[in-house]
Design a protein around this ligand. Structure first.
Ligand code: DOR
Ligand code: ZN
Length: 354
């Protein structure tokens, strides 16, 4: 609900797609999300990936231990699907609320996806079980086929794999993650299936030119990659449309400088530190501030069948400077710092109270 154009108050939001990593970096990364969001769907693409109940429980414990003092935050764990994942394990995990969804990475499609699914038809038993128990399937919707142009991989995935999958499993609950194209928007909006999509802040701000602006800029390289400007404009319309099938998922994916400034730079944009401010800039520019609460705090919870948060937050129209670089608690070597999205920019909204 908007109280004035200078201030916006909303139910505390959730992040429905987040990478917090593990080990030494976890604490320094997590605080940026836990300080603002109530819950987050945690991606399981660690190395090795989260494929068992025990791994998920242990990872959840490490996350909870890393939450800043006095902050209330709930990590919602997910399972990483492999060719030989057991449907029974998924069913137990979902019923015991250890897993809130299962993530499908087509093999070799992105960071730590080497254990991903090699052929969707090999895991029909998984889809059958998930459809029966109503467990959300979270999809990295790109083909990993090197013969397909990198900018076409999302559209081709939808046509070759997602459409047939939903034809076969028409009641499967699906989140198409971090959508980047008009093709994905159209598919989600017009599907008769139980499908929704998350949209990242970066795909609302940048198009593919950002990666090639005066040189090769790996800071803007993520997967799926940003696409042409027409897609970015359509994504802004979808995100600000108020439609329940679109909701917030940052895909914040930190990589330290040494892995970004590399001849083979990693995919991923660390947007967690100013995610809300970043989204709000878009909603303000699109004159849709009144729809921000639905996108950030309501649609996702409803889709996952979880209660809405009851705390509220307020953001005020006040400039905030985004630091060039963020220390995530590693050794102190600048190569171990992480560059945030909007690095060095000034954003027009700031958090008033949490
Ligand atoms: O840009 C990305 N980074 N896309 C993904 O799918 C994975 C993520 C990561 O884990 O770094
Ligand atoms: Zn991701």
């Amino acid at each position: 609900m908007i109280t004035s154009v200078k201030q916006i108050s909303l139910l505390k939001p959730d992040d429905w797609h987040l990478h917090v990593r593990d080990g030494k970096i976890l604490k320094g990364v997590l605080s940026h999300t836990a300080d603002v969001f109530c819950r987050a769907i945690i991606m399981p693409n660690l190395d090795p990936p989260i494929t068992t109940l025990n791994q998920a429980k242990e990872y959840k414990k490490r996350i909870i231990q890393s939450i800043p003092d006095g902050v209330s935050f709930t990590p919602l764990m997910t399972a990483y699907l492999t060719d030989d994942m057991s449907p029974d394990l998924l069913e137990i995990g979902f019923k015991e609320r250890v897993f809130h969804g299962a993530k499908l990475y087509p093999v070799n499609v992105t960071t730590n996806s080497a254990y991903g699914v090699t052929d969707l038809s090999k895991i029909d038993n998984i889809f059958e079980t998930m459809e029966r128990i109503g467990m959300p399937l979270l999809i990295h919707g790109e083909v990993s086929d090197s013969n397909i142009d990198v900018f076409d991989r999302e559209a081709v995935f939808i046509e070759r794999h997602l459409q047939p999958l939903l034809k076969k499993f028409s009641s499967l609950k699906v989140v198409l993650e971090h959508i980047t194209t008009i093709d994905a928007i159209d598919f989600v909006e017009n599907s008769e299936s139980d499908i929704a999509a998350t949209i990242t802040p970066h795909h609302l701000h940048i198009n593919r030119n950002a990666m090639f602006n005066g040189g090769l800029r790996s800071d803007f390289y993520c997967l799926p990659t940003a696409k042409r400007e027409i897609h970015r404009i359509a994504l802004r319309q979808a995100a600000t449309s108020g439609k329940p099938c679109f909701f917030l998922g940052t895909d914040s994916a930190p990589h330290t400088r040494r892995f970004k400034e590399n001849s083979c730079g990693c995919a991923g944009i660390f947007n967690a530190p100013f995610a809300l401010e970043s989204y709000l800039k878009v909603f303000e520019e699109e004159q849709a501030l009144d729809r921000f609460e639905a996108f950030a705090s309501i649609n996702g919870a409803n889709f996952y069948g979880l209660p809405l948060n009851d705390e509220r937050i307020t953001l005020v129209k006040r400039d905030v400077s985004v630091p060039e670089i963020i220390d995530v608690g590693l050794a102190g070597d600048p190569n171990d710092f992480v560059k945030p999205f909007h690095s060095g920019e000034i954003l027009g909204w700031s958090l008033e109270s949490v």
